[in-house]
Design a binder for this molecule. Structure first.
Ligand SMILES: [Zn+2]
Length: 173
């Protein structure tokens, strides 16, 4: 049996015990942008916040794309979240290749180059990535200026978070 088939079977039990009050419209308080990496999945544990308070946007990296900016605007302006947390991490798979390398590799191994060049949003340095994200989000005219936009790196070896400040001099100060 495939993983999805097993999951469907498990869902029957889940639905039997499901609390229908959970189906009420959500009222998240904070929005987190983080990587698709499974080590970032336990956000209630990592952040000590209830699942219901968290709006979560996940992309590889994470990459703050136009789509992600749109989701942040909705989270802020429509759903009413009041803080934005950009959560990068050490050991990210998206630092292990460049877009050019992966495009070449997949074109080669599949014998079909027609999707290339795909954007995979690979990057090299999580700290620099975080700093760019803070700038992009902070400068978006539809994201309220009253809202804190803070960036962090999750250390996969220790479980610790450390903050990245938008500017180099801020970090020194
Ligand atoms: Zn990652």
């Amino acid at each position: 049996m495939g993983i999805i088939d097993k999951a469907l079977e498990a869902n029957r039990d889940y639905a039997r015990k499901y609390d229908s009050a959970l189906g009420k419209p959500p009222a998240p308080k904070i929005v987190v942008v983080t990587c698709m990496d499974p080590r970032l999945s336990d956000l209630p544990g990592i952040l000590g916040l209830p699942q219901a308070d968290l709006d979560v946007i996940r992309t590889g990296g994470p990459a703050v794309t136009e789509d992600v900016l749109g989701e942040l605007v909705v989270s802020n302006r429509v759903l009413g979240t009041t803080e934005i947390l950009l959560l990068n991490h050490t050991g990210c798979g998206f630092t292990t290749f460049t877009d050019g390398e992966l495009n070449a590799k997949l074109s080669d191994s599949t014998g079909d180059a027609s999707p290339a060049p795909m954007r995979f949003f690979s990057y090299k340095d999580p700290e620099e990535n975080t700093r760019e994200q803070i700038k992009m989000v902070r400068s978006h005219p539809w994201i309220s200026k009253d809202i804190p936009v803070r960036g962090f790196i999750f250390e996969v070896d220790t479980g610790r978070l450390w903050e990245v400040h938008a500017l180099e001099d801020e970090r020194i100060a």
